[in-house]
Design a protein around this ligand. Structure first.
Ligand code: HAM
Length: 425
């Protein structure tokens, strides 16, 4: 029969990879906790309207990439393409602003976008994201960027570069937008079809179009920074001063506008030279109008998200910390197997990782399995051991002729001995 295949752009994380994922996730959680961020878990499914209203109907994400369907009652639902909209919905729905003036949240989990799959770009991918709600000043932007950089550092990622821009606010953006459109209109013929359409719907996106003709036009376009009002300019300068005080190197990228419409003022991206075309490891920015746009109070906010699949690509070449040692139990005969059960249970309850070959073949085949499984110790129980109330402990890493290679240990001393010698969970 023809086997059923995985959906294009989606991937299994197999057991041999999941230990590295777990390690990465626990590192990220502990850095977030050290910065005072608490975890929020939202549903993977939301009403489609939530993303249309926050990310924007003219963005690629909403216009082309969402996994949407009608539910049985006819309501339109979407698999979340990102985490910010859901976090803000939860913030509003739970009236969080009434109980705390500033909220620091992080989340981790799968997101879904129907993009063209390639290295570092998948249709189900994973993000860690952080959102700081309730603070308008540049200190919040600096804290978030510091957290993002620290997350990368905690995993040993090197060679990342930080890019920064400001998109202004509702007071200054309309005038900038007008000057940009005026400039682009004079060069309309050099723009790709998409950008000619964007001229009317979302002209800022022309600035980060990858097409050669558009890029050339964008290079000569007025800079968003030149259109900032005094308040936005001061905010941007203070963010840069904060980064400098932290010695976080960065570069202003005048063409960074981000692919989501909710941003105001600061936007930033952490890029890697190791990832090829999909080189953004993490990205984010300020979104002061979003809480209100989704029906909540006036609450400024800033956040970012990092792509875990991309981070994993960068980690796969490096040495990840070793997992716990494995203890393998090999028995000969029914009575020895029965005697081993309680012993194994006791060792596991003490935190040791213990396994066996449940097919219970010959001792030789069980030893082969132990070797294959990479066991640190093998515990042998046969007739002799049963009689003497002992276990033969084989240290798989000791030299063949050393005394430690094979020892006979009384059953009641076994746990103590192993606990002292293995890395446990
Ligand atoms: P984003 O730039 O769309 O922003 O995504 C953030 C990161 O998620 C990207 O830099 C990338 O590492 C990863 N990513 C995005 N799409 C894919 C994909 N198809 N495959 C693999 N990785 C991907 C956001 O999602 C915003 N919610 C960030 C934010 C939070 N802004 C404010 N708060």
């Amino acid at each position: 029969m023809e086997p059923i295949r995985i959906i294009r752009g989606m991937r299994d994380i197999l057991p041999e990879q999941s230990a590295a994922w777990r390690w990465m996730e626990s590192q990220l959680s502990s850095v977030c906790a050290r910065f005072g961020y608490a975890e929020i878990r939202t549903p993977i499914l939301e009403q489609s309207e939530l993303f249309a209203r926050s990310i924007g109907t003219e963005t690629d994400i909403v216009a082309k990439e969402m996994y949407s369907f009608s539910d049985r009652d006819g309501s339109q639902l979407t698999l979340r393409p990102e985490g910010t909209a859901s976090a803000v919905r939860a913030y509003i729905e739970n009236h969080v602003e009434r109980s705390e003036p500033v909220s620091r949240w992080y989340y981790m989990g799968p997101m879904f976008r129907h993009e063209r799959p390639q290295k570092g770009r998948y249709r189900q991918f994973h993000q860690v994201g952080a959102e700081l709600l309730g603070a308008e000043g540049p200190a919040a932007d600096v804290e978030l960027i510091d957290l993002m950089v620290e997350l990368a550092a905690s995993l040993g990622l090197s060679g990342c570069s930080l890019e920064l821009n400001s998109l202004g606010c509702p007071a200054c953006r309309p005038a900038y937008r007008e000057s940009l459109v005026a400039y682009l209109r004079t060069r309309e013929d050099s723009l790709c079809e998409d950008c000619q359409r964007r001229l009317a719907t979302n002209p800022l996106r022309v600035l980060d179009c990858k097409q050669e003709g558009c890029a050339r036009v964008a290079d000569g376009a007025p800079h968003t920074l030149d259109g900032l009002c005094a308040a936005c300019r001061d905010h941007f300068d203070a963010v840069r001063a904060g980064l400098e005080a932290l010695s976080i190197a960065h570069r202003v990228n005048h063409r960074m506008v981000r692919g989501l419409d909710y941003y105001t003022r600061t936007t930033f991206e952490l890029l890697s030279g190791e990832l090829g075309a999909q080189n953004a490891v993490a990205a984010g920015g300020r979104y002061d109008g979003l809480v209100e746009a989704l029906g909540g109070p006036e609450v400024p906010a800033v956040g970012f998200a990092a792509g875990l699949d991309r981070i994993m690509l960068m980690l796969s070449g490096s040495r990840l910390p070793a997992g716990p040692d494995l203890v393998f139990v090999a028995t000969r005969g029914q009575a020895a197997w029965e005697a081993s059960l309680g012993m194994v249970q006791g060792l596991r309850r003490r935190g040791l990782c213990v396994t066996s070959d449940v097919r219970l073949g010959s001792l030789k085949s069980q030893m082969k399995r132990a070797d294959k499984a990479g066991a640190r110790f093998v515990l042998l129980i046969g007739d002799e051991e049963l009689e003497a109330g002992t276990v033969t402990v084989k240290d798989m890493t000791a030299a063949t002729d050393s005394a430690a290679k094979q020892r006979s240990v009384p059953l009641d001393e076994l746990a103590e001995l192993l606990a002292g010698e293995v890395r446990s969970r």
